[in-house]
Design a binder for this molecule. Structure first.
Ligand code: PLP
Length: 440
């Protein structure tokens, strides 16, 4: 087949703090955090071409993902390699389940660690391995987790040659099974149990990165949702969800949010041309973004522990990207996104009500989304709400059993089998220097 001659498009990335300075994909992915403390963004995000929309509803999820990733990355990764990365990373489905009229649940928990973070972590691990192939130094991935990130990252990188992972998690801040997902793999995975909150863990990681010398010496990289390679694959499932609605129906996406990576990935999908009616940012009492949307004042607070612990974030790391996508305009952001926050009591009530009303078992994070969707539909009665179910309910077994009764929650085998494995972690204080002991 003869090809029209094409110039190769190597996409550059800028920092939200210095929009005029660019780096390439490898620098953005491996460095993860720019030296100026901003976040990397692709230089331009153009809508997908006409040819994509001709058969986007029929193509397999991995193929859809390839087209979406290609549109963001240009020729930074050759097509054949990018196809392989996407199809190995996204080897599970994300079905849309309608539980009541206008109430659709996007199940994002069909990956190996039963949470949506598998999408980002698996794509990132393969992209990092691809970009560093042939380099002489191992890559050390530092990651702070409030629950699911650590497990997804550990699983995605476990036994990947040339990499090792150091995970920081707040002591007592993750569920028993989540902790087992972090602490039972061994090999190239090390878990640090920190005397502090998730925000403390995140601050430790950030401080270590900002030390340029350390960062270079140990070839450090980050796997938090600040890494642009985690966001890209998360935009795939917004397309996949939308195409599971009848043709012409515009989705209102409801996103249970913590660090706002998921919502930011949705905004990328919209920039790529996905038609969306509205975005709802649903949070627990850690409501920094809903308060910002209501008042125009960005006022991050220390995080508070809740039953939807993966959203216990007081200073969401992707907020800088959200602002950037709306040209720093509060008015523009609140036209697209509405914020709603809920207490643990309301969340527990929703878990029970959904189960009684529809028979569906929703986890505490998804339940926050359900609450937001209900309120939104009172204001906009014809909204077709798609609620992201970000994790499988069995990951939060104690809370789920308190609401729905012991023995009533199905635990998938790949999670149940972890219970008997011994936990291996290192207990540390929240001083950033603690990380040094594990780098050498
Ligand atoms: C990480 C996580 C969230 C929050 O996602 P963000 O991208 O950080 O907003 C919500 N629910 C679950 C189960 C998660 O693991």
């Amino acid at each position: 087949m003869s090809q029209p001659s094409q110039t190769h498009l190597i996409v550059k990335f800028y920092s939200t703090n210095s929009p005029d300075t660019f780096v390439d994909l490898k620098e953005a992915v491996i460095r993860s955090l720019p030296a100026d403390n901003g976040l990397y963004m692709p230089e331009s995000i153009e809508p997908l071409p006409e040819s994509f929309w001709e058969n986007w509803r029929e193509m397999p999820l991995a193929e859809l993902g390839f087209h979406v990733a290609k549109q963001i990355l240009g020729d930074s990764i050759p097509d054949s390699d990018l196809k392989e990365i996407v199809s190995e990373a996204i080897n599970f489905d994300a079905p849309l389940v309608t539980i009541a009229p206008q109430t659709h649940i996007l199940e994002l928990f069909h990956g190996p660690t039963l949470a949506f973070k598998d999408f980002g972590a698996r794509f990132m691990a393969r992209t990092m391995a691809y970009l560093t192939k042939g380099d002489d130094k191992d890559l050390t991935i530092l990651v702070a987790t409030s629950g699911d990130t650590g497990g997804a990252v550990a699983s995605a990188f476990h036994n990947v040659p040339g990499t090792r992972v150091i995970i920081l998690y707040p002591k007592g801040g993750v569920s028993a099974l989540q902790e087992k997902q972090l602490t039972t793999l061994g090999g190239n995975i090390t878990a640090l149990e920190v005397d502090g909150t998730f925000d403390d863990c995140q601050a430790m990681v950030k401080a270590t990165f900002l030390d340029r010398e350390l960062s270079l010496k140990y070839n450090l990289t980050s796997a938090n949702s600040i890494n642009i390679s985690r966001l890209i694959p998360q935009s795939f499932y917004y397309f996949h969800a939308a195409r599971q609605l009848p043709e012409g129906v515009l989705p209102t996406f409801v996103i249970p949010s913590g660090n706002f990576g998921n919502l930011t990935a949705g905004l990328l999908a919209e920039k790529l041309g996905l038609p969306v009616a509205h975005w709802i940012a649903a949070t627990n009492i850690n409501d920094t973004v809903p308060r910002y949307l209501a008042e125009g004042e960005y006022d991050p607070q220390p995080s508070h522990a809740t039953i939807s612990n993966a959203m216990d974030v007081g200073a969401p790391s992707n907020f800088a990207r959200m602002k950037n996508l709306f040209g720093d305009s509060w008015e523009a952001m609140r036209e697209s996104i509405s914020g709603l926050a809920f207490s643990d009591d309301e969340t527990r009530e929703a878990i029970r009500a959904v189960n009684e009303g529809t028979g569906y078992t929703i986890d505490p994070h998804g339940a926050v989304g359900i609450l937001a969707a209900e309120i939104w539909r009172q204001a906009v009665p014809d909204a077709e709400t798609i609620i992201l179910e970000t994790a499988h309910p069995s990951k939060f077994l104690p809370t789920m059993e308190e609401e729905l009764g012991a023995g009533n929650i199905e635990v998938p085998e790949r999670l149940a089998s972890l219970a008997d494995l011994p936990k291996e972690s290192h207990h540390v204080s929240k001083a950033p220097k603690e990380i040094l002991k594990f780098l050498g």
